[in-house]
Design a protein around this ligand. Structure first.
Ligand code: 5GP
Ligand code: ZN
Length: 113
């Protein structure tokens, strides 16, 4: 998608601090971190969000969780971390290319705001 911020980051047209990349996913530091670790894991395929994803995207959506766990392990977040898919404006989604937030490195409260 030519008009998508995160597609531009994947293509290298907008700079980002890359954390991880493989054939299906790209991970980079959030520009406005909400925790010592705040990484966004995104599929290279342009998917808007989980509610508009196709059944065939299920493995990719879950795979992003495994990438998050791998990054969390590399960063020594044994005590815990949080992964979040914000879905839609009411949940705070502002970028409409599917992205999984990985947050860690500080105590987390529940429920989230
Ligand atoms: P959302 O609110 O859609 O769940 O999350 C979007 C996230 O993308 C936010 O945490 C925001 O800080 C981050 N973000 C927005 N624009 C950029 C950008 O240009 N570069 C990076 N690295 N992160 C961004
Ligand atoms: Zn996109």
């Amino acid at each position: 998608m030519s008009d998508c911020l995160f597609c531009k980051i994947i293509d290298g047209n907008i700079p980002a601090k890359k954390v991880y990349e493989d054939d299906r996913t790209f991970a980079f530091q959030d520009i406005n971190p909400q925790a010592p670790t705040h990484v966004l894991i995104i599929p290279k395929k342009h998917v808007v969000d989980i509610k508009s994803a196709a059944p065939g995207d299920a493995e990719l959506i879950g795979y992003c969780q495994l990438v998050a766990a791998k990054i969390a392990k590399e960063r020594g977040l044994e005590g815990g971390f949080r992964t979040v898919y914000n879905v839609g404006p009411d949940a705070g989604q502002t970028v409409f290319h599917l992205h999984l937030h990985l947050l860690g490195g500080r105590p987390m409260t529940w429920p989230p705001g």
